[in-house]
Each structure stands twice: as structure tokens, then as C-alpha cells.
Design a protein around this ligand. Sequence first.
Ligand code: HEC
Ligand code: HEC
Length: 398
Amino acid sequence: MQGVAPRGPDVRSAGLVVALCAALIGCGSGAAAPNRDASSMGTDAASPDAPDAPPADGPESDGAASDAWPADASSLDATTVAPPPGPYPRPTYTRLAETGLLADAEPRRISADALPFEPTYWLWSDGADKRRWLRLPPGTQIDTTVMDHWVFPIGTKLWKEFSLGGVLLETRLIERYGDGPEDYWMGAFVWNAEQTDAVLAPEGQADINGTFHDAPAQKDCLACHRGEAGRVLGFSALQLSRPADAARVGPTIADLVRQGLLTAPPDGGAATAFSVPGDPAAAAALGYLHANCGHCHNRSGTAWPDAQMVLRLETDETDVTSSALYRSLVGQPLQYWRGGAITQRIVAGDPDASAIVARMSARGDKDQMPPLATEKTDPTGIAKVRAWIASLPSAGAP
Ligand code: HEC
Ligand code: HEC
């Protein structure tokens, strides 16, 4: 489609990837070292959460090779523009073009200093394709003193682009502009039908470009993102821990350590990855809940006043049954919801009697979970959670 971000052919050669990268979208410096087959970026639906299972290739696979990550941090310095001197201004953006994501509008190219990344576990967005980028101010590091709550330097920008069937819908931005707890600019820029421009939608926008996709209002970003003090949900220690050869865009935590971008590497650099606890079936379910529910269901999340239930994992939780997630779910009575015959959050061995499954399976009413930003259930996600619950030994079992 004309004007849509380049979606190249099914590119399998790393050399070609770099060439495409430079020629089409300028997605990194010449030192770019793609760490995966560029054709393997799938849709939410096609993107399984198990790090070792590559997303299915398909016509929507993004051949834009936007997965380049500089081989070393110095290339960040070479390509970034320093923030203006003096106090960092509070952004007043009205168009995506002002935010620095795009190097050129026509043909559209992503700025070289906007570095693509992908969390291991995705938020379900009704099957939309997503691309994400991070821009750190030159010469800065991410403060990782508290490993589960990274603090990004002032001037950091993160973008997330949503598209469906190749049609651009909206691109969201988070920008840290000050050291106060609320000094984060957040908003969604909605793409026009011609796919030439994206304009801020402070109140959000429903049914963008003939699809069912809605962009959230600026105030609604916080419903989810306030659950993390540093606002960033997908660029985290747990979400970037995966084998280097996992089919994902952008850096792993090991890459970040190697590039000197973390103030406090895990275990002083000895350990280079964390993992979601459990066998593959348990890890798939726990990772799914962490990514899709954990931002509201944690001690700082917006759901906590109603239900003291933890759906978030911490990097030091290495055992399923002792995790806060397991302990606040399995065999635990509902606190807020009146679910008719359903009285517990999870009944071991019985998905149909578990409120977690019931509320994931609801849509279009007050029962649906998540309560916003989705209109369709996620069959793959529900299947993972059901399989894990079914595998738990029931209370009466020997
Ligand atoms: C329903 C919860 C929810 C809402 C509402 C929401 N987000 Fe997010 N957002 C997430 C989650 C979870 C992630 C990380 C997982 C992913 O990207 O798949 C994320 C990722 C992002 C990212 C990439 C950086 C990061 O945090 O990983 C940006 C940028 C972003 N969101 C911006 C916004 C903006 C701006 C709004 C409001 C217009 C918004 N989001 C509304 C849940 C939400
Ligand atoms: C945007 C924030 C948000 C997200 C994301 C979210 N929830 Fe909730 N959840 C809430 C709020 C608020 C409540 C309390 C009100 C209610 O029950 O509707 C709640 C309540 C619940 C309850 C009832 C708990 C009890 O003890 O009464 C369950 C079960 C639940 N959520 C499951 C989930 C699951 C599973 C996900 C992810 C697939 C999820 N939620 C994602 C905000 C959220």
C-alpha cells in the first residue's frame, strides 16, 4: 500500500536486511547487527509467547528489517541529537512528525536513533501488528538499581505503532521530560486515511481508518502505565530476558549489559538473563498474565484498592508456587467480583471454575478483563491460561 511503512519481501539474508534497513527505513547505524530473521515479526495472534517458538511468517510479516540494534553503545552517541540545553521542555506535540520518530515523512523512514525493540510477552491488542522503538538521550544509561523497576533518563522517548493488515492506525509516545513522578508525556497520534500524517488525539479515537481499533484517550494511558512508577511496561528486565536466538526484534538484557546501558547489571554482570518460572506451559501462562494483567494487578496498580491480587512477576521469583502471583490466585476467594457460581480466582485443575478464565473470556460488559483497550478475546492467551490451570493438581488429589 502506498505510503505505508515499507513492508519488504520475505527477506532472509542478513546482508540484505542491513541493506534494506539502510535504504528503506534507516533503522540503525551501519554497525547494525540484526539478531534475527527480519521476516519473522508476526502479529499478536501469530506471535507465541514462548521465547523459543518463532512467530509464523506470513503476508503481514514485516520485512522492513527494523530490528537492527547497534553493536555497541557508542553508535548510539554517533547518531543521536543531544537534548536542548537547560531545563528539558514539557512537550507540546500535536503531530507525530514533531516527536523525532520519523527521519523523513515521504517515503517514511524511521530515525536512525530510534531503536526497535520487542518484549518477549505481548499485550493482546485484538490482533493488531505492533512495532516499538526506544530513544535514549546520548551518553545516558538506564538506572537499574531496582531490577524490576527501571528508571529511564529524562529525555527518553518510547513509541509504539499499531497497524492492521498493513494499514497504519496510531502511534503512541511516552516521553520523560522531568524528574517529578508525573513528568511523563503520553499520547496517541492517529494516522489519516492517506497514511501521510498522524495527529494527536487527546480524547482518543474510535474505529480508526475503517477498522474496529480504538486509540485510547491520553488520560486512559495511565490506567495501565501508572502501575509502573517509571511508566514503561515492555522494556524491562523480565521482558528482555530470552535466549539471544529467540525470534524477537531488538536487544536482550544481555545486549544492554554488553553495551553498558544499565547502571547496575544483574548480578554485577554475571547473570545476563532472568526467566519466568515454571515448565513451558506454566511459563507461557505466567508470562501472559504478567504482560496482559500485571500492570494493573500489582501493589502499585490501579486495581489494587479493589482486589489485592498480583498478576505481575518479579525477577527474583524463580519458583511458581512461592510466587506472589500463584499465592494470590490459586485457591483464593474473590474479593470484589461477584461471579455467580464462580467463587475463586483459580481453582486448581478446573479452568471453568476459575474467575481468571471467566473474566479473560468476557467482552463488551463490565466483567471483561482487561477492562479497556480490547474488544475481542484472545483465544491463544486463554488457551495458555486454561492449560496451566488444568495442569495444577486439584486440592483433593493425592
Ligand atoms: C490496557 C492497558 C494499556 C493502555 C490503556 C495503554 N497501554 Fe501502553 N502498553 C501497555 C503494555 C502492557 C505495554 C507493554 C507490552 C506491549 O507493548 O505489548 C505497553 C507499551 C507501550 C509503549 C512501549 C513502551 C513500553 O511501555 O513498553 C508505549 C510507547 C505505550 N505503551 C504508550 C501508551 C500510550 C501513549 C497510551 C495511551 C494513549 C497507552 N500506552 C495505553 C498497556 C497499555
Ligand atoms: C486497566 C487495569 C486492569 C487490567 C489491565 C486488568 N484488570 Fe483485572 N481488574 C481491574 C479492576 C479495577 C478490578 C476490580 C473491579 C472489577 O472486578 O471489575 C479488577 C478485577 C479483576 C478480577 C476480580 C478479582 C477479585 O478478587 O474480585 C479478576 C479475576 C481479574 N481482574 C482478572 C484480570 C485478568 C486475568 C487480567 C488480564 C487478562 C486483568 N484482570 C487485567 C483492572 C484491570
